[in-house]
Design a protein around this ligand. Structure first.
Ligand code: PEP
Ligand code: MG
Length: 890
């Protein structure tokens, strides 16, 4: 027979903390607290499976379950010495939801259940307080009417407001017992008129109604949306907890409160919480009255005059703090608890692992290792890798109420405030004048790089997580919200139009939150990042566990230095094209692209050579012997060219060309599908002189850096967008020839590797053949995702959010790897590549290299390294360590 119901109370429980799947988080922890002998009001939990039964049986409750609930009630009656529906000593109940994952406030609750026209009298008598009893009864009717009978809670509010006006009262507290009693009658009359039936007086009928309503609230719109946002499966269902009511509003020796066993924002080991005298749980949440501090120390720190619980009820405080210590030791983690004091008697209503800031998480994990509560491995697994963003970037003060005017993808973490500018030039101008700006564009292109460098933050209304803006901003550590489709840029009118038509102009202040993707109006208070000693200790423990190395994607010496300071162990991707946008290099690059023939190209390339060489020398020196992977030129050439007439006129003048002629050359280079066009290794095959120049710059820089630093440099040269083995053979041929020449010239041997990116499905499938020529593979998962799905990485965000909303995909595959499709290709390539070359070095350098879930995948299939933007290096180190620990523990 199915066991639908698990009871707890009086020092015993049928369930325990590990039964979360069955009993939900709340039920499992109530059971655990009861078995620990803690004061928990007796109750029962109806298992989560009953929720699916409810939905598959026309929203009804199984009879067997009802029978078990009645048995459970008998147990509660015994424990409390009260009886459900008894006119003398009635047992009153709370009926609450409690899923496997916390969904705060999303589902329904019914309190004071069991009250009717008779039991209300008993409650008043029992409590010695008729006013309290009638207030409780009217609250119950209101809650039940709303949650179970489907009446809008406003109809009750209306009656209450009318009565208060009639009686000349301003506050609820001014109403007397008789007045509440009268309001109760009005509520019941209204209810009967609306529903054609009287308010149910039978406590059992009330109970079945409430249980069904809580199950039904699993599918309310709020809960459905919340689950979508937090990836909680609908199939999980909720449990229902039915518990004996305890009252925190029975006079001045009663109270209710919430507390954390350690400070959730700093992690300091101190009881941290608030309470209200003579109040019920919802009064604390409602924020109408200012709660008081639990400890005397906190009261003094806050400068409050209102006494602390420690002072007000020293004995209860003593018991409560001992329970908190015990709960922490038992769960070996910081707890978030709810309690009620009924006439001096303490009751624990809930405990769960407490949410905390990244800083607090670090502090708590490290302290708990020192307190020997947990081991170092466990401390490492306790930190959410993505939360490290909070430690590396300024963040918006969580106490601040946000006015959101738009949202997009959280493309590069951290928050930034500044005045709106719409062009890179304005950004540079304003920052030169000492003003802080947010660069707002429809999308960015390499030409905007100077403006992106000087801006505090970048906002685009188009483009995904691997769009130019996102990739470059992450590289620079600049906060960025990309693809904010809910906003519109009117370039001509120099306006930014947000949600609800909010219109902002050039010079207006906005704040972007690159960690949440939100765009806010005006300036907001920020918290500055701080790296504590705790961070260092956690990272040291993480690194000890890590198998994969963590490299960085860095194109400039600044990026490389930042990445080193975050612990990068090499460069996994240097996108050489980014070097061509600095300063006046773009002119030389344009000269090269626009040259009519090879000779002209070579002349321009000769000018580019020393520039590239000095960049590479700097990178090699900063990396001091660590591996450095340099990729050959990748993007379609037209990306470097001017677009608007004004730009064309300017460039033509600088180059001494006719604007019309320049326009013709630009048009000739135009491609309909540039991402699938003349780019990657295809450029090196069409114009081998480009590859030769880059190879020469790399080898000459290696010679120079090796001489300078005394550390041998082993460059890893990477050929992008290879689909055919013959493509790689051809480009590798060029590179090898240049290598020999430079070595002869320098009289020095340089070890180097030539490898390829695997970023096309064909390359993954033919990996065994490509591996005969390639000495390493690096998975370019941005392009591999784009080409596997056939979805443009630059335009996808427009419809991917719709896909997510409609449940067609779970997450954006440009953010977190699509394990089933793209992942399968990576698996195939790994296996086939290693079949040919078993010691082949394998890594990933797409944006997924900084995504914790994708890093777990990389660990599982045995890659050697992940490479990510500098500010994600600590995240990757931690995630890689967690993946290794998980692997070790099976
Ligand atoms: C990739 O495609 O994953 C990659 C790293 O290259 P890019 O983003 O420069 O195309
Ligand atoms: Mg690519």
């Amino acid at each position: 027979m199915t066991k639908w119901v698990y009871t707890f109370g009086n020092g015993k429980a049928e369930g325990r903390a590990s039964d979360v799947t069955l009993l939900g988080g709340k039920g499992a922890n109530l059971a655990e607290m009861a078995s620990l002998g803690l004061p928990v009001p007796p109750g029962l939990t109806i298992v989560t499976e009953a929720c699916s039964w409810f939905y598959t049986h026309g929203r009804t409750l199984p009879d067997a379950m009802k029978a078990q609930v009645l048995d459970g009630l008998a147990h509660m009656e015994k424990a409390t010495g009260r009886r459900f529906g008894d006119p003398e000593r009635p047992l009153l109940l709370s009926v609450r939801s409690g899923g496997r994952a916390s969904m705060p406030g999303m589902m329904d609750t019914v309190l004071n259940l069991g009250l009717n026209d008779h039991t209300v009298e008993a409650l008043g008598h029992d409590a010695g307080d008729a006013r309290f009893a009638w207030d409780s009864y009217r609250r119950f009717i209101q809650m039940y009417g709303d949650v179970v009978l489907g009446l809008d809670h406003e109809v009750f509010e209306e009656i209450l407001e009318d009565e208060k006006a009639r009686l000349g009262h301003e506050y609820d507290t001014e109403l007397s017992a008789v007045e509440w009693q009268h309001i109760t009658q009005l509520y019941k009359a209204m209810l009967e008129e609306e529903l054609g039936e009287p308010f149910p007086q039978d406590p059992q009928e009330q109970l079945w109604g409430a249980i069904a309503a809580v199950f039904a609230s699993w599918m309310n719109a709020r809960a459905v949306t919340y689950r979508q946002l937090h990836n909680i499966p609908t199939a999980w269902g909720t449990a229902v907890n039915v518990q004996a009511m305890v009252f925190g509003n029975l006079g001045n020796s009663s109270a209710t409160g919430v507390a954390f066993t350690r400070n959730p924002s700093t992690g300091v080991k101190e009881l941290y919480g608030e309470f209200l005298v003579n109040a019920q749980g919802e009064d604390v949440v409602a924020g109408i009255r200012t709660p008081q501090s639990i400890t005397e120390a906190a009261r003094i720190a806050s400068g409050s005059e209102k006494p602390s619980l420690e002072k007000l009820m020293p004995e209860v405080f003593g018991e409560f703090s001992a329970i908190c210590t015990r709960l922490e030791a038992h769960y070996r983690d910081m707890q978030d608890v709810e309690f009620t004091i009924e006439r001096g008697k303490l009751w624990m209503l809930q405990t769960r692992t407490g949410k905390r800031t990244a800083k607090a998480a670090m502090r708590i994990a490290v302290d708990m290792v020192d307190e020997k509560l947990i081991g170092q491995d466990e401390a490492v697994t306790r930190i959410e890798p993505a939360s490290l963003d909070q430690l590396l970037h300024p963040t918006i003060d969580p106490r601040f109420e946000r006015t959101v005017i738009g949202s997009g993808l959280p493309a590069s973490p951290g928050a930034a405030t500044g005045e709106i500018v719409f062009t890179a030039e304005e950004a540079v101008e304003a920052s030169e004048a000492g003003r802080k700006v947010i660069l707002v564009r429809v999308e960015t292109s390499p030409e905007d790089i100077h403006g992106m460098h000087t801006a505090e933050g970048i906002l685009t209304t188009r483009g995904g997580m691997t769009s130019h803006a996102a990739v470059v901003a992450r590289g620079m550590g600049t906060p960025c919200v990309a693809g904010a489709g809910t906003m519109r840029v009117d370039l001509r009118g120099e306006r930014l139009i947000g949600l609800g038509g909010v219109t902002l102009g050039k010079g207006d202040i906005i704040t972007i939150d690159g960690s949440s993707g939100q765009v806010l109006k005006g300036e907001v208070p920020m918290l500055q990042p701080e790296l504590s000693g705790d961070f260092g200790r956690i990272m040291e423990w993480a690194d000890r566990n890590r198998r994969m190395t963590v490299r960085t994607n860095a194109d400039t010496p600044q990026d490389a230095r930042a990445a080193r300071s975050f612990g990068a162990e090499g460069i996994g991707l240097c996108r050489t094209e980014h070097m061509f946008f600095e300063g006046d290099r773009i002119h030389v690059m344009r000269e090269m692209i626009l040259a009519e023939g090879e000779e002209g190209r070579r002349l321009a390339l000769d000018k580019l050579l020393p520039m590239q060489r000095s960049d590479f020398t700097a990178l090699f020196s900063i990396m001091h012997g660590l591996p450095v992977t340099i990729r050959m030129l990748d993007p379609p050439l037209h990306e470097f060219l001017p677009k608007s007439d004004a730009e064309i006129a300017e460039v033509a003048q600088a180059m001494g060309m006719e604007p019309a002629h320049l326009r013709q050359r630009v048009d000739a280079l135009h491609e309909f599908n540039p991402m699938l066009g003349h780019r990657g290794c295809r450029l090196a095959i069409s114009y081998p002189e480009i590859a030769e120049m880059q190879a020469r710059a790399i080898f000459e820089a290696a010679v120079e850096a090796a001489r300078e630093t005394g550390a041998p440099v082993v460059p890893e040269i990477m050929v992008p967008l290879v689909g055919l083995r013959a493509e790689l053979d051809y480009v590798k041929g060029c590179i090898d020839r240049v290598a020999r020449t430079v070595m002869d010239e320098a009289g020095m041997r340089i070890d180097y590797l030539v490898g390829t990116m695997i970023e096309l499905p064909r390359a993954a499938l033919r990996a065994h053949s490509i591996a005969e020529a390639a000495e390493f593979f690096s998975f370019g998962t941005n392009d591999l995702t784009q080409t596997t799905f056939g979805i443009s990485r630059d335009d996808a965000s427009a419809f991917l959010t719709t896909y997510q909303r409609k449940g067609i995909i779970e997450h954006d595959p440009f953010i977190s790897l699509d394990f089933d499709g793209v992942g399968e290709l990576i698996r195939i390539a790994t296996e086939r590549g290693r079949r040919t070359r078993n010691d082949m070095k394998l890594g990933i350098c797409g944006e997924h290299g900084g995504d914790p879930a994708s890093i777990h995948f990389c660990e599982d299939i045995g890659l050697d390294y992940v490479s990510c933007s500098p500010f994600r290096v600590p995240i990757a180190r931690l995630a890689a360590a967690q993946a290794a620990i998980r692997g070790k523990n099976g």
